[in-house]
Design a protein around this ligand. Structure first.
Ligand SMILES: Cc1cc2nc3c(=O)[nH]c(=O)nc-3n(C[C@H](O)[C@H](O)[C@H](O)COP(=O)(O)OP(=O)(O)OC[C@H]3O[C@@H](n4cnc5c(N)ncnc54)[C@H](O)[C@@H]3O)c2cc1C
Length: 305
């Protein structure tokens, strides 16, 4: 066992960072474990307009950098490694990672979610070679080139708007005849001259020798098939909660989110879940932060008991 903590937090997004701030400020020994970038999904958002306190908006990266600084000031420790299992041994919980095991009196799971894969031929082979799941990360590689975005929700539109700053043309491919994105976000997309729409269309295959060259499309209504020349394709079709390693440990809902009560408590005493990973979340930064605070509050009560 590497070390024992009062609280171990899995995931360094807004939920985990807020839980870390509250726990560390309560003078609990607290470790946050992050497998990727501290800040989580919101680091992909160029501008966050709906997090209170920033009337001019703030980039997701900057917002979570501030959250991390604030929590670290009170003593939150953080390490970069992946949690692969959670073992429950009576009073003790053991968080298993690729860099050793960490014992905890309470665990807060704040692992968020990952982008869904499209699961079409060519997607796996060309991932990182034109197939991307993050426009904020990869858009500059497509300067002056045509790209496609798959999806019709807010995430897809944000991706398209960001890509329009670099790409020569952005085609949004959506399987329905209208977007799911909120009206104000849709309006921005319709006003962007570089963005065009392919309605009632699905991607059937992604082709290219070494990099993406074209995508094969099928019309949902007519069945007609076509090809679109693009250098890149960005997937924004939905999110899958990061709960694969928890399937036999905790009850999950039909989509894989962790089932909790209003205190963010799971079925196992001393194990909490917060943010996008929990069932019923509205999947926003502010709600994730709120969940993190609630989980930390009740984790402290649990430890004191
Ligand atoms: C493009 C985009 C734009 C968005 N814009 C907005 C917006 O304007 N306003 C808004 O309110 N929300 C927005 N969101 C949603 C917002 O990002 C999420 O609701 C929020 O980040 C959820 O926070 P979280 O802490 O629950 O999870 P996440 O932010 O997903 O963080 C979870 C973290 O856990 C880590 N992790 C997962 N599994 C493990 C493991 N096994 N071991 C170790 N670490 C693990 C992940 O690497 C990740 O860093 C946007 C999202 C996207 C993708």
């Amino acid at each position: 066992m590497s070390k024992e903590y009062d609280v171990v937090i899995i995931g360094g997004g807004p939920a985990g960072l807020t839980a870390g701030l509250y726990s560390a400020r309560d003078r609990l020994s607290c470790l946050l474990i992050e497998k990727g970038v501290i800040g989580g999904k919101i680091t992909e958002a160029e501008r966050v307009d709906n997090y209170p306190g920033f009337p001019e908006g703030i980039s997701g990266l900057e917002l979570t950098k501030l959250m991390h600084e604030q929590a670290a000031k009170y003593g939150l420790e953080a390490i970069y490694t992946e949690v692969t299992a959670l073992e429950i041994k009576k009073e003790q919980k053991v968080v298993v990672t690729t860099q050793g095991n960490f014992a905890a009196r309470a665990v807060i799971i704040a692992g968020g979610s990952e982008r869904e894969k499209l699961s079409v031929p060519g997607e796996k082979k060309l991932t990182g070679k034109g197939v991307s799941y993050c426009a904020t990360c990869d858009a500059p590689f497509f300067s002056g080139k045509p790209v496609a975005v798959v999806g019709g929700g807010n995430a897809a539109i944000y991706e398209a708007l960001h890509l329009a700053k670099f790409a020569s043309r952005v085609t949004i491919i959506h399987r329905r005849d209208r977007l799911r994105a909120t009206t104000i976000v849709q309006e921005r997309a319709f006003a962007e001259p570089k963005i065009e729409f392919l309605w009632n269309a699905v991607v059937q295959a992604i082709e290219g020798k070494n990099f993406v060259e074209r995508i094969r499309l099928g019309q949902v209504i007519t069945g007609e098939q076509s090809a679109l020349e693009v250098a890149g394709i960005f997937m924004a079709i939905g999110l899958k909660p990061n709960t694969d390693y928890l399937k036999d440990v905790l009850p999950l809902d039909e989509l894989g989110h962790i089932i909790i009560n209003e205190r963010m408590e799971t079925k196992i005493p001393g194990v909490f879940a917060a943010g996008d990973i929990r069932s019923g979340s509205i999947r926003q930064t502010i709600s994730a932060a709120g969940d993190g605070a609630t989980a930390a509050f009740y984790a402290k009560r649990f430890i004191e008991r």
